[in-house]
Design a protein around this ligand. Structure first.
Ligand SMILES: [Mn+2]
Length: 247
C-alpha cells in the first residue's frame, strides 16, 4: 500500500466555545480515523490549540480525544510533527513525552520522494506586520515564559482565554484572497526560491486554502483551517493535493 504524508493546521481547538470546539474535535478524529491506514507521517502545522500553555506539572484541560488519538497513531509507528503556531507556541515536552510527537519551532525543510518541502506555520514571515513580529519575540522569550509560568494557572489561563476570545476567530469572518502579489507568504516563498529550490511551500496561518503556482516547478500551498474549510494537503509520493474533509 502507498503511504501518504498529511498536512493540516489551524484547528484552533478551544475556540469559540467548548461545544463548538468539541464538534470540531470530533470531525478531526473522524479525519484521523479515515487517514491513519494510509498515513506514514502527519504534520500538524500550528494553531492546533487556540491557546496552550504548559506548566512544569500542569497542562490545560480538554482536547483529550485528540491527544489519545495522536498517542495511538504515534504508538502505531506514524511519525507526527507539531509546529508551534502563534496561538500554541508554548508547548514544552508534554507532547513529546506522552505522544512521541516531535516539536518544530520554526521552519522545517524536508525531502521526500525527491521533492523538497519548505514547511512553516507562516506567522512572522514576509513583509509587514511589524507589531506582531515584536510580540512574537516577547512571547517566544524564555524569560517571559518563565515569568508567565509563575502566575497561577487560574489567573494565567483566565488572561489567555480572554485574549483568545478577542482574537480574529472569535469574530470570524472568512478570509479573502488578496491576489498573488499581495499574499505575503507567496512573496516570502518567492524570496526563498532565490536562494534554493523547493517544490512545495506549505504554510498554515492564513486561514485560507490556497494552491498557487509560483514558478513552473514550485507551488505555494496554504492548508487553510478547520472552522470553515476542514482543509488539508496530502502528498502521495508523486503529487501534492489540497483536499477538504467531509465536503
Ligand atoms: Mn491560526
Amino acid at each position: 500500500m502507498t503511504k501518504n504524508i498529511y498536512f493540516a493546521s489551524d484547528f484552533h481547538l478551544g475556540s469559540p466555545s467548548h461545544s463548538e470546539s468539541r464538534k470540531r474535535e470530533d470531525r478531526i478524529i473522524r479525519w484521523l480515523n479515515a487517514i491513519e491506514s494510509t498515513c506514514s507521517e502527519l504534520f500538524l502545522m500550528g494553531d492546533i490549540f487556540d491557546f496552550w500553555f504548559e506548566y512544569r506539572e500542569v497542562v490545560p484541560k480538554g482536547f483529550v480525544r485528540l491527544q489519545g488519538k495522536l498517542g495511538m497513531m504515534s504508538d502505531a509507528g506514524i511519525k507526527i510533527y507539531f509546529f508551534k503556531g502563534n496561538h500554541d507556541m508554548w508547548v514544552n515536552d508534554y507532547f513529546t513525552k506522552e505522544m512521541g510527537i516531535e516539536i518544530i519551532s520554526d521552519e522545517l525543510v524536508i525531502e521526500r520522494a525527491g521533492k523538497r518541502f519548505y514547511l512553516h506555520h507562516g506567522d512572522g514571515l514576509g513583509p509587514g506586520d511589524q507589531k506582531y513580529k515584536v510580540l512574537r519575540k516577547i512571547f517566544r522569550n524564555p524569560v517571559c515564559q518563565w515569568l508567565f509560568a509563575l502566575v497561577p494557572p487560574r489567573i494565567g489561563l483566565g488572561i489567555a482565554n480572554w485574549w483568545s476570545g478577542n482574537s480574529r476567530l472569535a469574530h470570524s469572518t472568512e478570509e479573502v484572497f488578496n491576489g498573488v502579489e499581495n499574499e505575503w507568504l507567496a512573496v516570502y516563498a518567492k524570496e526563498q526560491l532565490q536562494k534554493a529550490h523547493f517544490d512545495y511551500f506549505i504554510f498554515g496561518h492564513r486561514h485560507l486554502p490556497l494552491d498557487i503556482q509560483l514558478t513552473d516547478k514550485s507551488r505555494y500551498i496554504n492548508i487553510g483551517e478547520w472552522i470553515n474549510f476542514s482543509s488539508y494537503a496530502v502528498f502521495d509520493g508523486k503529487d501534492l493535493t489540497l483536499n477538504y474533509f467531509e465536503k
